[in-house]
Design a binder for this molecule. Structure first.
Ligand code: ADP
Length: 518
């Protein structure tokens, strides 16, 4: 067919008379007339009009509606029966009718008009924003006999534009740096706070790799984050450091989420970076304070304990039972204080990244006996049961594992009532030894179970209110075990009790001076 060829560039697809598509339409009409009856042509036209998502309306030159498709009915609420024969101006808000009439008259004079945004009224008087394309309808000889109007409902588009504008305003006004990047780590957006935090403008960073702000000693971070997100994991409050334009390192907390397309495929990442430099400095000051205070307390406390032990020995010689009892209590209190100071020292070492393990091979039963022995002196009102068969040995830091056990046993006592049983056990499971401390105490609610290993966390309820503590014991327990490549497991039921357990590697070499108990 001749007309299937490219548009004539001189007429830009218009007929010789300058009327858009005039020649094409005439030829098409003839062809269609040969192929279809008038009835078939009408049915085809109605089907096409009704299948269209836009409102398609035709009017005569006075603006009287001649055709009205299904989308027009959906959009404006009038049926074709209601609208055909009525003026199209009924859809136009009163204050815009004059302008609309002038515009329609202009089309009749000058032909096609560019699509424009305007308002229409629904049957219920509700205004809707539409994009209107008005074209003249021509007779075979090119004379304008009516108008066709295509109205596209812009409500959804306007809503989503408003939503986008709101989101952009939030992104631009927040104090956090919000950055998006594609899967190749190329930055695709960079908000004002990112400019402030890192010193680069959006213009400078969009199109560049995020690696620009990742310190050279952390090359593994980006692939690690990508890997976790691809596995469907979330990355929240990931604390790390980033590099500013001036080469300064700043502490940031990152929350990274995948950006997905309509089919749910990950097409990029959005990253929220919060500057936590101030918080880190505050933590540093706190750690320094804890380190200094505990260090200063350690020496006088050791002397105090020695003097009490000396006095105890003298009272024993003099058989002064009353003084001996009082001094024994004083000595127990200094032991408790020493344990606290020890915890604080370890906490500050841990925070400084200076906690190191001093591994050796030792029998677990012996250490457990020591811990239980100490606890029975400090908490005589409780029953301790030690169960450790086979005398297993392990390869770990004896002092620190002792501290883990002491903390767990002390907690078992602290959060139980006097007379309760504290059961400490070890058993071999495969190539590991599982150590467990079970109590019959107040238990821990499921919500608190998620948090008890956080630094400074203390469950706040009626039962714990009067129990003293700092909320660092379990944090130290979990961190010490983490350094050993192990982890703490908690099973607890409020009102029934708790079991804390952890596993250490079973050393199966020759015994290292083990004292076996069972
Ligand atoms: P502290 O005992 O000094 O508060 P921890 O870090 O040792 O700090 O424990 C954190 C919190 O966990 C405690 O405040 C307490 O609420 C809860 N907890 C720890 N051990 C037990 C236990 N055996 N039974 C019940 N609650 C416990």
């Amino acid at each position: 067919m001749e007309n299937d060829g490219p548009l004539d560039p001189k007429t830009n697809g218009r007929g010789q008379d300058g009327v858009p598509g005039a020649v094409d339409i005439r030829e098409h009409r003839e062809l269609i007339a040969q192929l279809m009856s008038a009835e078939e042509r009408g049915a085809l036209l109605t089907t096409i009009m009704d299948a269209c998502n836009d409102a398609l309306v035709s009017t005569d030159l006075r603006g009287i509606v001649c055709s009205w498709n299904l989308s027009a009915q959906r959009m404006f609420g009038y049926t074709a029966r209601e609208m055909i024969g009525r003026s199209i101006l009924e859809l136009v808000p009163e204050d815009q009718r004059q302008r609309e009439q002038e515009m329609l008259a202009g089309i009749q004079r000058n032909g096609q008009l560019d699509p424009f945004k305007t308002q229409r009224l629904t049957k219920h008087g509700q205004p809707i924003e539409v994009l209107l394309t008005v074209s003249p309808v021509r007779t075979q000889n090119g004379a304008i006999c009516g108008l066709s109007q295509i109205a596209r409902d812009l409500s959804e588009q306007i809503r989503s534009e408003a939503k986008n504008a709101m989101l952009s305003a939030i992104v631009e006004s927040t104090d956090d740096a919000i950055i998006s990047k594609d899967l190749g780590s190329i930055i695709t957006s960079w908000n004002r706070s990112a400019e402030r935090m890192f010193g680069y403008t959006a213009g400078e960073m969009i199109g560049r790799s995020i690696l620009e702000i990742i310190p050279a000693d952390r090359p593994q971070e980006e692939p690690m984050i990508l890997g976790r997100l691809k596995n469907g994991e979330h990355v929240e409050h990931f604390e790390t450091r980033r590099l500013t334009r001036e080469g300064k390192l700043i502490d940031v907390s990152l929350t990274i989420s995948p950006v997905r397309d309509g089919e749910g495929r990950i097409i990029g990442l959005s990253k929220i970076a919060r500057d936590i430099t101030e918080r880190k400095l505050e933590e540093q000051r706190k750690n320094d304070f804890i380190a200094i205070v505990s260090h200063e307390l350690k020496t006088p406390l050791t002397s105090l304990r020695s003097y009490i032990q000396l006095a105890l020995a003298r009272t024993a010689v003099r058989a002064d039972l009353a003084s001996e009892k009082l001094l024994a209590r004083a000595e127990a209190q200094t032991r408790k204080m020493s344990a606290m100071v020890h915890d604080f020292l370890n906490l500050s070492r841990l925070e400084e990244g200076k906690m190191e393990l001093d591994r050796s091979i030792f029998p677990l039963a012996e250490l457990m006996e020591e811990v239980v022995g100490e606890s029975s002196i400090l908490s005589p009102g409780y029953r301790f049961e030690l169960e450790c068969h086979h005398g297993p040995q392990t390869d770990a830091d004896r002092n620190k594992i002792g501290q883990v056990m002491t903390n767990l046993v002390n907690n078992a006592v602290k959060y139980s009532t006097a007379g309760a049983l504290v059961h400490i056990s070890c058993r071999i499971v495969g190539d590991e030894v599982v150590i467990a401390v079970a109590d019959q105490g107040i238990g821990i609610s499921p919500d608190d179970q998620q948090r008890v290993f956080e630094r400074f966390f203390r469950a706040g309820n009626d039962k714990t209110r009067y129990v003293s503590g700092f909320g660092i014991g379990l944090y130290l327990v979990s961190e010490i075990l983490r350094l050993h490549g192990s982890s703490i497991v908690l099973n607890s039921e409020p009102g029934k009790g708790s079991v804390f357990s952890f596993a250490l590697p079973l050393y199966s070499g020759p015994a290292q001076g083990a004292s076996l108990i069972s």
